[in-house]
Design a protein around this ligand. Sequence first.
Ligand code: SAM
Length: 440
Amino acid sequence: MPTNTLADQPRRAAFDLLRGVAEQSAYANLLLPSLLRDRGLSGRDAALATELGYGTLRAQGTLDEILAACASRPLSTMDGPVLDVLRLGAYQALRTRIPAHAAVATTVDLARATGNGRASGFVNAVLRRVTAAAWDQWCDRLSVGAPALHRLAVRTAHPDWIAAAFADAVDGDLAETEAALAADDTRPQTHLVAWPGQLERDALVTEAGGTPGPWSPYAVRLDGGDPGGLAAIRSHRAAVQDEGSQLCGLALANARLDGPDDRWLDLCAGPGGKTALLAALAGPRGARVVANELHPHRAELVRQATSAWDVEVWVGDARALTDAGYDRVLLDAPCTGLGALRRRPEARWRRGPDDVPELATLQGELLAAALRLVRPGGIVAYVTCSPHLAETRDVVAKAELVDARPAFPGVPQLGAGPTVQLWPHRHGTDAMFCALLRRV
Ligand SMILES: C[S@@+](CC[C@H](N)C(=O)[O-])C[C@H]1O[C@@H](n2cnc3c(N)ncnc32)[C@H](O)[C@@H]1O
C-alpha cells in the first residue's frame, strides 16, 4: 500500500510531541497546540494527533512493560526515537479502534518517515508480537498474581505510588480506587469560565457549544474543539478553567465572614486563573485583590490574566510577606498536580514519590504564612490540585478548620467534611482539594 504522506501528518505530529517531551522535557499540553498550528492540522487530523500523542504519553509505563515483553533486547538499549515509534504503534494497536494491521503498517511507515528506516524490520517484528493479545490480556499477563492495587495500576496506566495515593485518599475502598484510576485514564472534557461581569454564561454556551457546568454559575463544559479560537477567549471575556478550580475560588469568595471584607490576597497566584475569578467577584463587592507570585515570568502571566480588573501583583516568596490583615486569603499551593493527570498526560511518569515530602514541607510553611497574613476572624482557603493525603489532610491537620461543604452548594458526594475533595470520577472535575480555615 503506498504511503499517503498527508494521512500520516497526525502520526508525525504525535511522534514529534513524544520526542519533545522526552528530549526537552516539554509539557505536552503546551507543545501540542503549537505543533498543530505550525502544521496546519485541524478537525479530525488534530483530533487524531491529540488522541495518539496524549494517549501514548498517558499509557507509557504499561506500554513499556508490554514492549519489553515483546522485544529481543532491553528498552534501555533502544534509540529514543525508535522506542517512541514503538510506543505509538502499541498504543494504536491496543488502545484505539485502529485495526491492528493498520497500526503496524502505519507505524513501520512512520519509522521510515522519521529517519528510522533501518529499524523498520525490528519495529514490524515487535509490533506483530504486541498485536497477538489485547490490552486487557496483556495487563493480566503482566500482573498475574500481583496485589489488586498493582493490577489496577497496570490496567489504568498509573505508577504504583499514584495508585496507592488515590487508594489512601478514598480510605482504601478498592472499587472507588478503580473508578478514580479509570476516570484518570480517560480524555477529559475542556472546561471554560465566563468571567463574571464580562460575559453571560449562556452567551458562552451559544458561542462555544457544550453544556453549562452543573455547579459553578460561570462554567461551560465542552467535549472537544479548539477553545483558543473562540472570540470570547481571544477577547479575554472567558478562559479555560476547570470547574473544580472555579468551585474552590467561589468557596473562598462565598465563605461566611463577619466584619470587614475588602482586602483579599492570592498568595501563590501564577498563572492567575483563580486570581482573575476572585478579582471579577471582588470588584462588585467593593473588595480589592492583591496577588503574589514567586516567579517573575509567572507574575507577568497574572498581570495579563487580570488586566480587566484592579489587581495589584507582587513578585516574591509568600513566606516572607509581612503586609498582614487580609480578610480572605487564597493559598493555591504548589503541589504534585496528581489531581490533574488527565490534562497533563506525561506527568504521571515524570513525577515520583520523592517529590512529595519537599512539597509538603513547603505547603506547611506557606499555610503558616497565610495564617499570619489573614486578620483574626478572617478566612483562608487552602487548595491543592492533588488528592495526596500528605498534601491535603496532613498539611491542615493542626489548623482550625471550618466545614467547607456549605461553600460548595449543590455539589454532591462531598463526604464527611470538614474538607472537600473533588474527583474526576465523582464530579468530572480535576481532583481539587479545598480546606477552609478561620484564624482565631
Ligand atoms: C498551583 S499554582 C497556582 C495556580 C493559580 N492559583 C491559578 O489558578 O492559576 C502555585 C503557584 O505558586 C508559585 N509558588 C511556588 N512557591 C512559592 C512561594 N514560596 N511563594 C509564592 N509563590 C510560590 C508557583 O510558581 C505557582 O505559580
